[in-house]
Design a protein around this ligand. Structure first.
Ligand code: ADP
Ligand code: MG
Length: 146
């Protein structure tokens, strides 16, 4: 499989208004999700990511069934910690998965889901600043994408 490096086009998600919650999540195509090893389901990871040949940013990715929304299909959704001027549907998203944050939980309210995601991004920001993780940002993988 392509774990832990991925570069795939961004596809349309479920349009359930993630952006309206200030947490846009770029979705990977279904076949990427289907090809992930079965044992890396339902988890939140922290990563480095770039769009096309753009700069490398911190990111969180959730792979799972999105229990809050009762999805029947697994999805891989990525929130990049950067404010983009425009949407980037169809562009190549380059992702280096760095480490594991937590298992995906079921949330009893939208508020608890949002605060969990905000907690994840805060923790991911700190972890990615560790020297061993910072150096992945300079990985050949991202240079080749330029
Ligand atoms: P969808 O249901 O189509 O995934 P979202 O509301 O989750 O819609 O928004 C995701 C889209 O927003 C991405 O596909 C991307 O084009 C855009 N986007 C803009 N900024 C970001 C960001 N910081 N992280 C992820 N996606 C972003
Ligand atoms: Mg989305």
């Amino acid at each position: 499989s392509s774990f832990p490096f991925h570069c795939r086009p961004v596809v349309h998600g479920f349009s359930r208004g993630s952006k309206q919650l200030s947490i846009p999540t770029a979705n990977f195509p279904e076949q990427v999700v289907d090809n992930l090893p079965a044992d890396i389901s339902t988890v939140i990871y922290y990563d480095w990511a770039s769009v096309g040949s753009g700069d490398v940013h911190k990111m969180v990715v959730s792979i799972g069934w999105n229990p809050y929304y009762k999805n029947t299909k697994k999805s891989m959704e990525t929130h990049i910690m950067h404010t983009f001027k425009e949407d980037f549907y169809g562009e190549i998203l380059n992702v280096a998965i760095v480490g594991y944050l937590r298992l995906e939980n079921n949330f009893d309210s939208l508020e608890s889901l949002i605060s969990a995601i905000q907690g994840d991004t805060e923790e991911a920001k700190k972890l990615l600043d560790l020297p061993e993780h910072l150096k992945i940002k300079e990985d050949n993988f991202f240079q080749v994408s330029k």
